[in-house]
Design a protein around this ligand. Structure first.
Ligand code: DGJ
Length: 571
């Protein structure tokens, strides 16, 4: 039979960017969210990053990848080591790269390669020996006192040429082996770039540029984006009176944070050239990761000038071909850190977080609260692989939820929940509902609340599907629904696990109660699984003791589930 092609559709197809037609991994906006599209479907990275030395032999790759599949990961972040990829200058060896892609396919994993090139945690330890030894050709950054560091200078064209030549060969290899399958879904350029010991490089080239005028591209950018600049950038530039001309100290003031801005411009420009090279060869999403400016440290005590939130305007202006700045999270204050990296101009992707029991609930939190692109505990090969481990339970439920979450991302219908012993409660509002969410141990009859048991973090996702219809997923949470107009002048009496008044008290208190308006009731709570088309598959009804006889919805600590909740109104 003859096939007809509708001319309108054909021309529309031709207008799509090449990567969209080919199903290349790409980023796409949906409302306020940025989605990673893989094989033409929205994809959440349920990932893990390998330890630094764990992809340096074929045997290790073969041993580790099957374990990651058993654990339910869908993506592994794999270092691509410059020293092993180009052991002799101009001689390239792709054995490890090919094996990682091959093993990923065998084990149904996607890969994100991390280019450990000129910089890894600021240092140049992954540069090949031929590069390290030739310090005259490949100069180092220097401290203010003239100390040479094992940090290649970002101001050296020779450094850039050597690094980018090898990186380009990596990208060509990916283009050759992966255009069809799209196993490799993103690439990270360098790792935690930044200057240590001082806030900036003091090598002769660097000093010369520091005293030159600030590039007009940057001041033009600041002016054009003044309304949306990062508050720290706006304040710093504002203190000088928003000048548009002058050297770095004249435009931004003479302090260590200006040194950092200057250095960020240099690193970002360097990375931008790498990104342009990569995109011309194999156009997939690119990102950079940052070590945090935490614990009261100053630039140079932490890696100065890395892709940090307060430097986002410099990085965006100098490196427009980088898709996102990603935080590596090893410090206290998780919710505050992630909030810093989910910005109107930056989607949240967590390439590294310390491996811990709380990873499972934290993954739920970032997907629910921040429409995150991905979550990846570090040194993932060391994680336990027994099915009851929190991360494995969490990833299994999240994996089911991907099609559903993808549909609702960016529309303001989802919230992430995260509780511990200090942060026990959060109140949310939807339509006419007051929704009180708490840690599971706040149930007054749970003995673990008070017997010295450490409170495991509890967390999850609350997703509004429709008016009076919700999805609750996660672990260690309790949720109560109340109508906005439901009024009771008297605080409710504490109830026991059976729902009866816990202790006898003066019955006259009831006389003071005043009720008006509708009340919200629980119609049904079903534990469900999610099918690939985002429809629900009934597992069991949770009623009676399991929903406190219709008073709340809960998921015990240590157990991860997905609940479909229907509410109703009565008076
Ligand atoms: C952050 C780095 O990016 C990782 O490669 C690793 O060094 C961890 N820190 C800590 O081990």
């Amino acid at each position: 039979m003859r096939k007809y092609i509708v001319p309108g559709l054909l021309s529309l197809f031709a207008l799509l960017p090449l990567q969209a037609r080919q199903g290349m991994p790409r980023l796409q906006k949906q409302g306020t969210a940025t989605q990673l599209i893989v094989n033409n479907e929205p994809f959440l990275v349920l990932g893990g990053e390998l330890g630094n030395s764990s992809a340096s032999s074929v045997e290790d790759i073969r041993r580790i990848f099957p374990k990651l599949q058993r654990m339910g990961l869908n993506t592994v972040l794999v270092p691509a080591y410059w020293d092993l990829l180009e052991p002799e200058e101009g001689t390239y060896d792709f054995t490890l790269i090919d094996e990682a892609v091959h093993q990923a396919r065998q084990n149904r994993l996607k890969v994100i390669f991390l280019w450990f090139g000129a910089w890894k945690n600021s240092m140049s330890c992954y540069a090949p020996l031929w590069f390290k030894e030739n310090y005259r050709k490949y100069p180092r950054a220097h401290t203010q006192t003239g100390k040479p560091l094992e940090i290649a200078s970002s101001f050296s064209e020779n450094v850039y040429q050597a690094d980018s030549r090898a990186f380009a060969r990596l990208m060509k290899r990916l283009a050759a082996i992966d255009k069809e399958e799209a196993t490799v879904i993103m690439v990270q350029i360098e790792n935690e770039t930044g200057m240590l010991e001082d806030a900036r490089d003091y090598s002769p080239d660097a000093n010369e540029r520091f005293h030159a005028p600030v590039p007009q591209a940057l001041t033009d950018y600041l002016l054009a984006n003044k309304q949306t600049l990062h508050p720290q950038m706006l304040e710093k530039w504002g203190k000088q009176g928003y000048p548009l001309k002058g050297n770095w100290q004249e435009v931004f003031g003479a302090d260590i944070y200006t040194d950092e801005l200057f250095m960020a411009w240099s690193y970002a420009q360097y990375v931008e050239r790498m990104a342009q090279t990569a995109r011309a060869i194999h156009n997939i999403p690119l990102y950079v990761n940052a070590a945090m400016n935490s614990r009261g440290r100053m630039p140079g005590q932490y890696p100065s000038a890395g892709p940090l939130a307060h430097l986002i305007d410099v990085w965006h202006c100098a490196a427009p071909h980088i898709d996102l700045l990603a935080p590596d999270l090893y410090d206290e204050g998780f919710t505050a850190w992630v909030a810093q990296y989910k910005l109107h101009n930056n989607p949240l992707f967590i390439p590294e977080i310390r491996l811990a029991d709380n990873n499972g609930v934290r993954a739920f939190y970032v997907f629910g609260e921040h429409d995150a692109i991905g979550f990846c505990p570090f040194s993932i090969e060391d994680a336990p692989d027994h099915p009851q481990s929190p991360l494995i339970q969490s990833y299994a439920r999240l994996n089911e939820l991907i099609p559903l979450l993808a549909r609702y991302q960016g529309k303001g219908l989802a919230n992430g929940l995260l509780f511990d012993e200090k942060n026990r409660e959060r109140i949310l509002w939807q339509d006419d509902l007051k929704i009180t969410c708490r840690h599971y141990f706040t149930l007054p009859w749970d003995p673990r609340a008070a017997n010295g048991t450490p409170w495991p973090e509890g967390g999850g996702i609350l997703l509004k599907l429709n008016r009076n219809e919700y999805l609750v997923a996660g672990s260690g949470i309790v949720i109560e629904f109340e109508h906005r107009n439901e009024k009771n002048a008297v605080p409710p009496q504490p109830l026991g696990e059976d729902g009866f008044t816990a202790n006898g008290e003066n019955k006259d208190r009831r006389k003071a109660e005043m009720w008006s308006g509708l009340r919200a009731g629980i119609g049904s709570v079903d534990e469900v699984a999610i099918n690939g088309d985002a429809s629900f598959r009934y597992i069991r009804r949770l009623n009676g003791d399991q929903d406190h006889q219709g008073r709340h919805v809960r998921i015990p600590s240590g157990q991860f589930s997905i609940l479909h909740v229907k509410l109703y109104e009565y008076k």
